[in-house]
Design a binder for this molecule. Structure first.
Ligand code: DX5
Ligand code: ZN
Length: 221
């Protein structure tokens, strides 16, 4: 019941060649990706800076795949509209990034796109119990956000299981993504726990053959 046969694969362009981002996005679509994951970092909520809406807007014509925008920024509300008009199909905010998660999710849905919430490793799954009806996507961080190439935190599989149960008993259709340290060895653990979206930077863009890398993740369970 909780085992998902074919998870969606969402490569993170954080590990792509930033000098050739348009081609890198097109290449990953051709290689069989389901979503493009875009990590936005502000040097404040997380200790790293990546890119903002202007880059996302420039990338939009290079792929038809859903743009899954992961905002690691604080505050978040003043920027939601800019990311939506840049071409985001999903916007995921962090539960830790402000006191008004419910308002942020409402604002995202009001922009006509899917609303996601991410939890850092230290945040319990119960943080989402009052907003499940506002949520289309839950993103469990299996590393501390801010950098690619970190080691998968095994402690997070229990959280994925609890969230899968919460989703199941809510009767809602909510995607459950895992992000951080996902490779063909760790992906089966996340899938067994109930994840149905695998976000991976290094395990796709860090490989020579993107199609083979995506296949290896998709068939890893
Ligand atoms: C980390 C980002 C991740 C990151 C994943 O803060 O949210 O999406 O790019 O990179 P890997 O797969 O290399 O751990
Ligand atoms: Zn991410």
């Amino acid at each position: 019941m909780t085992s998902i046969s074919s998870p969606l694969i969402a490569p993170s362009i954080l590990a792509a060649d930033f000098a050739r981002l348009g081609e890198e996005v097109a290449a990953i679509e051709k290689a069989g990706a389901d979503w493009i994951h875009l990590d936005v970092m502000d040097g404040h909520f997380v200790p790293n800076i990546s890119f903002g809406p202007a880059i996302i807007k420039a990338l939009r014509p290079h792929s038809k795949l859903p743009f899954d925008v992961h905002l690691m920024i604080e505050p978040v509300d003043p920027y939601l509209e800019a990311f939506a008009s840049a071409g985001a199909d999903h916007i995921t905010v962090h539960a830790e990034a402000g006191p008004h998660l419910h308002r942020s999710l409402q604002a995202i849905r009001a922009l006509g796109i899917k609303a996601g919430v991410s939890l850092c490793p230290a945040t319990p799954p119960e943080a989402l119990s009052e907003v499940l009806d506002m949520t289309d996507l839950i993103l469990v961080m299996s590393v501390n956000p801010g950098f690619g190439g970190q080691k998968f935190l095994h402690s997070q599989t229990r959280k994925i299981k609890t969230l899968r149960d919460m989703i199941q008993s809510s009767g809602r259709s909510i995607r459950l993504a895992v992000d951080g340290g996902i490779d063909p060895e760790t992906a089966p653990l996340a899938i067994a726990a109930g994840a149905d979206v695998l976000i991976a930077g290094s395990a796709v863009y860090g490989r020579e053959d993107y199609a083979a890398a995506i296949r290896a993740l998709r068939n890893s369970n």
